[in-house]
Design a protein around this ligand. Structure first.
Ligand code: XIL
Length: 298
């Protein structure tokens, strides 16, 4: 019921104007583990199915998000005591069931989300700590076997510029590709702060492209300290333009996804309470200066 309620809200807001503005949709929370496998081996695709169907009816592609992440896991998974073999089979089963359900319907899957800390060390998660770093190649190989049509991504935040975390991803990419693991795209989330963009986004995109990977900006929002004012709105517009240009200027960068459309639906104020107004449309669903800057850059 709750899920249905949320979807109806989504229809009222995001989906109504999304088909004329956006060519691709990510179902924000509806394909996460808590929503899709709330009870072990019992799957619920209601929310995600609705969005995928809606997108296809409107000629939009869909990015799948996500298979393996440490966050928004159901209690049974978080609270269980797992040995390596069992957890590995839980992960594989999740990917097989979800991947085959959506087989052929999605442009891409974020197969692994946020595996590293900002300093480039492995994040301590059940996946890494119990299965070991090979959970990544197992997840990618499994996903490719069930849906050979989907581009397989590893996705993370704070990897926009060249830094310790994006270095870790770069080295991981080199090692996966050397072993012929099916890995196709690096997802740069793009949760950024106004006037604090790294200067080397183009260089960072270029080095992943140089490995033969495609790149996408997958969750773009550029937050500011509230309240908003004309100066910040202009700086934000400029920052959006910078990110869009960085993607458009490299042929390997295949897409830019914003993480929600209007500011009242953004996750930012819930997580960064003094910040917000990070998106392209304001709370009245009116386009902001950032919207026009993106339109100009495209
Ligand atoms: C966020 C959603 O937008 C929120 O609604 C939810 O409460 C928490 O997750 N990185 C990701 C996304 O990969 O899945 C997260 O989405 C934002 C950070």
């Amino acid at each position: 019921m709750v899920l249905l309620g949320n979807i109806l809200v989504l229809i009222d807001t995001v989906l109504l104007f999304s088909s004329k503005e956006f060519g691709m949709i990510t179902p924000e929370n509806y394909q996460k583990w808590f929503a899709t496998e709330p009870v072990r081996n019992q799957f619920n695709f209601t929310g995600a199915d609705y969005i995928v169907k809606w997108a296809h009816k409107n000629g939009q592609a869909v990015r799948g998000h996500n298979f393996v992440w440490h966050s928004q896991l159901p209690d049974w998974l978080n609270n269980g005591t797992w040995d390596k073999k069992t957890l590995n089979s839980i992960m594989v089963n999740h990917i097989v069931k979800m991947g085959s359900h959506f087989r052929g319907k999605l442009y891409a899957w974020d197969v692994v989300n946020e595996p590293y800390n900002d300093d480039g060390t492995w994040r301590s998660t059940i996946w890494h700590d119990i299965i070991g770093p090979e959970f990544i190649s197992t997840a990618l190989t499994t996903a490719h076997a069930v849906d050979p049509f989907a581009k397989l991504y590893i996705n993370d935040y704070n990897v926009e510029g060249v830094n310790a975390k994006s270095d870790a991803h770069y080295n991981l990419a080199k090692s996966l590709l050397k072993k012929h693991v099916p890995y196709h795209g690096f997802g740069i989330q793009g949760h950024l702060v106004v006037a604090q963009l790294p200067k080397d986004i183009p260089q960072n995109i270029a080095r992943f492209a140089g490995l033969g990977l495609e790149v996408a900006i997958t969750e773009l929002d550029i937050r500011m300290d509230l309240p908003n004012n004309a100066k910040n709105a202009t700086l934000q517009a400029n920052d959006y333009k910078t990110v869009v240009n960085a993607c458009v200027d490299n042929r390997a960068c295949v897409g830019i996804t914003v993480w929600e459309t209007s500011d009242d639906y953004s996750w930012i104020p819930g997580v960064f309470p003094t910040q917000g107004d990070a998106l392209l449309f304001d709370t009245n669903k009116d386009p902001k200066p950032a919207y026009y800057a993106v339109a100009d850059a495209l």
